[in-house]
Write a protein that binds this ligand. Sequence first.
Ligand code: G3P
Length: 217
Amino acid sequence: MKFFIDTANLAQIKEAQALGVLDGVTTNPSLMAKEGITGKDNILKHYVAICNIVDGDVSAEVIATDFDGMVREGEALADLHPQIVVKLPMIADGIKACKYFTDKGIRVNMTLVFSAGQALLAAKAGATYVSPFIGRLDDISTDGLNLITEIRLIYDNYGYETEILAASVRHTMHIIDCAKLGADVMTGPLSAIMGLLKHPLTDIGLAQFLADYKKGN
Ligand code: G3P
């Protein structure tokens, strides 16, 4: 399972990269705004800064909602760095743009996916990644993890190569459940990734080992 971090915070991206388990980064306009990154030029520079920290894929989202605008923005984003994956919204023009970019060899992450039908369309349009938002489904009393199960089944039925990128991951158990269900990638906050480390028996055991070592040395 690939681990992406879902943030535009450079310090957190560096921390995850230093841990040695980071495969990529996802961002969105809200995450950029949260870090105070505004204005087209600053946003583009920030994507390059992220690419220079990590080795893997960096999803960069278009703002346009029409085909021509998405193509214009997406081409500019893809030109920034070879690690950039163009992130497009799951609307009709987004699917058209996905097909356009895929035919040109530019990788796409289809975002804001909330149903199996949307995920099927993304795969047919050749998306490299499809991003079902599991946390936001949970927020409205709908089982987000069930969507991962449905998409896995459909993609396996037909051998679609689009990778299921579980997004809107909010906590550590989401990561474990997505791994059990066969998501190819998860993107979540640093806190959810670090939560995988935690076990009280590890801490107790380590303290005991060190105490016993000290007794004999
Ligand atoms: O990866 C999608 C993500 O940025 C949305 O997460 O927590 O705002 O639903 P959230």
